[in-house]
Design a binder for this molecule. Structure first.
Ligand code: IPE
Ligand code: IPE
Ligand code: MG
Length: 249
């Protein structure tokens, strides 16, 4: 399904989050090393971003490196960091031509200096773009950001900047690294795994999940359209009953 005739262009998720998984297994199945799989993964990112923009998705969040991924072999971690720097340098002009604004979530200060500089540069050069925001989750862990939020809010209470009664779920959202980014309506994970792996635990409270058996390098335009089709055929009840939803519409 690569044409758009099946989907409702007036009901496109504003924010799609993706756990891009399976680069290593894709590489293995092609007799290549894992880093080759990761660089193929960048091609899939390019195509996905292009399609998301075409469909008027406003935020695309990609899980690119988790806090737990530091535990991988050093060679792979270094390869991934180099690939990040290289890809940012390669893509920046096209991002600007296409109105892509780059942002990050995660503990960016814990990234290697060179990555931090490339990211800062790319974020700065794309900050006025308005078509779509590409959010890269780097050195990201949901438990980390929730822990940081708890520390920040406790300090604010201790310093009497806020009182306990002012803590609402909106205030909590405003103290996560995803502040100013709406919660994703759709979360896609490739590679056949059916788990969340410490990604956006707070933000996916009412998100629809699409799990695909293909590896990330095989994901592209038609798979994104198909995932949106799947999303559009779900009934999002938010705790209500079907009849209420249909009356609201
Ligand atoms: C996802 O692919 C990319 C990253 C986590 C950086 P993997 O590298 O996890 O690929 P598999 O899961 O080992 O196949
Ligand atoms: C999740 O993939 C993290 C990213 C896609 C960056 P992993 O491959 O690290 O997840 P697990 O370890 O299989 O849960
Ligand atoms: Mg994996």
């Amino acid at each position: 399904m690569s044409d758009l005739s099946h989907i409702d262009l007036n009901n496109i998720p504003e924010h799609i989050a993706i756990i891009m998984d399976g680069n290593g297994r894709w590489a293995k199945s092609h007799g290549e090393d894992r880093l080759f799989g990761h660089s193929k993964g960048v091609d899939a990112v390019r195509e996905t971003l292009k399609t998301a923009r075409e469909l008027n998705v406003k935020f695309l969040t990609l899980y690119a490196f988790s806090t737990e991924n530091w535990n991988r072999p050093q060679k792979e971690v270094e390869g991934l960091m180099n690939l990040l720097v290289l890809s940012l340098a390669n893509e920046i002009d096209e991002m600007n031509e296409n109105g892509v604004r780059l942002q990050t979530i995660g503990n960016i200060e814990g990234m290697p200096k060179e990555c931090q500089e490339s990211l800062r540069d790319a974020i700065d050069k794309t900050k006025s773009n308005k078509e779509i925001t590409l959010v890269l989750a780097l050195n990201y862990s949901s438990k980390w950001e929730i822990t940081e939020m708890v520390k920040t809010l406790s300090n604010k209470i201790k310093n009497k900047e806020i009182s306990e009664s002012e803590i609402t779920d909106d205030l909590i959202s405003d103290h996560l690294t995803t502040r100013r980014i709406p919660d994703p309506e759709l979360l896609i994970r490739t590679s056949g795994e059916r788990r969340v792996s410490n990604f956006l635990l707070w933000q996916i409270a009412y998100t629809e999940f699409v799990f695909l058996d293909i590896f990330w390098p095989d994901f592209g335009r038609s798979q994104l359209i198909e995932a949106i089709y799947d999303f559009q055929n779900r009934e999002r009840r938010f705790g209500m009953v079907s009849e209420q939803i249909n009356t609201i519409e």
